[in-house]
Design a protein around this ligand. Sequence first.
Ligand code: ADP
Ligand code: MG
Length: 423
Amino acid sequence: MNYNKKTVKDVDVKGKKVLLRCDFNVPMAKDGSGVITDDKRIRAALPTIQYLLDQGAAVIACSHMGKPVATFESYVKKQTEKGKDPASITEEKWKKSLAELRMEPVAARLSELLGKPVILADDVVGPDAQAKAAALEPGQILLLQNTRFEKGETKNDPELAKKMAAMAEVYVSDAFGAVHRAHASTAGVADYLPAVSGFLIQKELDFIGGALADPKRPLVAILGGSKVSSKIGVINNLLEIADTIIIGGGMAYTFSAAQGGKVGDSLLEEDWKDYANDMVKKAADKGVKLLLPVDTVVADAFAPDAKSQVVKSGEIPDGWQGLDIGPETVALYCQAVAGAGTVIWNGPMGVFEFAAFAKGTEAVAEALSKTDAITIIGGGDSAAAVQQLGYADKMTHISTGGGASLEFMEGKELPGVACLLDA
Ligand code: ADP
Ligand code: MG
C-alpha cells in the first residue's frame, strides 16, 4: 500500500465546501444523560478543523457514533437473535436507542472547544442537512447527524456516498479510527470528490507507515496482549520487517507450552501451539532475533489482590497462572530496546489493569521513554496502558485507532487510506 497521500495542504480549499470525516465516536455516560466521558477524539480533530476554517473553507463534518440500527426491521431481527422476548421489542425502544446516539453532545463540546457555533443537521443527507450545507458560508462549520443512521453507510452504498459528496467540493478524511472500514463516509465518497488526508491521518501514515516501509534500524517489535490468535497477522507481517521480536503478555504461554513448558492455568491456545513453533523456526531462518520470557509472575487467581510469586518460564505450578513478565525478562527486554532505532509496540506485557501485574508493562514503557528510538504504540489497550501509566507524552507516536492500527501493522490495505489521492 502507498502511504504517501495528498493532505489538506495540497489542495486549495478557500471558499470551498469541504466534507470532513472525523472520528467523533466518543464514550458516553451509560445512563443516557448525553455526558461525554472522554473528549480526546474531539480534541484530536481540532487542528484539521481549525486549519480548514482558517483557510476559508466551509466545513461539513461528519462521524459515526456507536452502533445504531438504522431500521426498525433490523432492530427487531437483532433483538430477536439476542433472545429478547418479542413482546418487549418496541418501536419506542428502538427510537430511544437511536436518540442516545445523536450528535448533539458532540456538537456542543466541539462548539466549546472551537469557541464558535457548530450548526447541527437533523439528518445525514436528508432535507435538513442539504439545506444547511447549501447555506453554509466560509469559516462556518456544520455537523451532520450520525452517519450510521443511514443504512447505506456500513454497506458502502454508492447512492449514499453520492449524496454526501454532492454537498461538498473536497473530501478530507481525518478519522483514522475508521479507515479500516470501507463505508460510504470513510471510502465511498472518495469516488466522487478529490480526497485528501487531514493532519491526524497524515501523522499515522508518517509514523506507522514510515516504520513499516523504511524503519530506522534496528527495528524492535514488542508484541503482547492476550491471545496469539488475535495477533497472527501482526506477528507474520513484523517477522518480515523487524530485526528483533519480543513476545510478552498472555500469548507467551502458548509459545512456552509449544516448547514443552508447564503453563499451569495461564492463558493457553492449544490450537495455536504449532503456529507458535513455526514462528520460532521462521524467525531463526530469517535471522530475526525472537525473545521469549525467561521468567514470569504467577498468581493463584485472576484477581488484583491474588497471591503472587516469580517462577521460571515453563515451570508454572498447577493452580497458578502467569499474569506478567518476570524481573529477569524485564531486564532482558529493556536491554533489547536500548539500542533500537525504531520500536513498534502492540500488546501489554501483562494484565496491566491490575496494579500488581502492571510492572512488566510499566518497565517496558519506561525503557521506551529513555531511548532515542522512534517509539510507536499501536492497539487500543496498549495506548490505554501507556496513558494510564503516565508515559504518553514520552512516546513518538501513539496511534489514535485501535483496530485500524492493528490492521495497519498487519500490512493490510486500509480502504479509507487507499481511496485518498497519491501524493
Ligand atoms: P491491544 O488492544 O493493544 O491490541 P490486546 O487487546 O491484544 O492489546 O491485549 C490487551 C489485554 O491483554 C489486556 O486487557 C491485558 O489484561 C491482557 N493480558 C496481557 N497479559 C495477559 C496475561 N498474561 N493473561 C491474561 N491476559 C493478559
Ligand atoms: Mg485490545
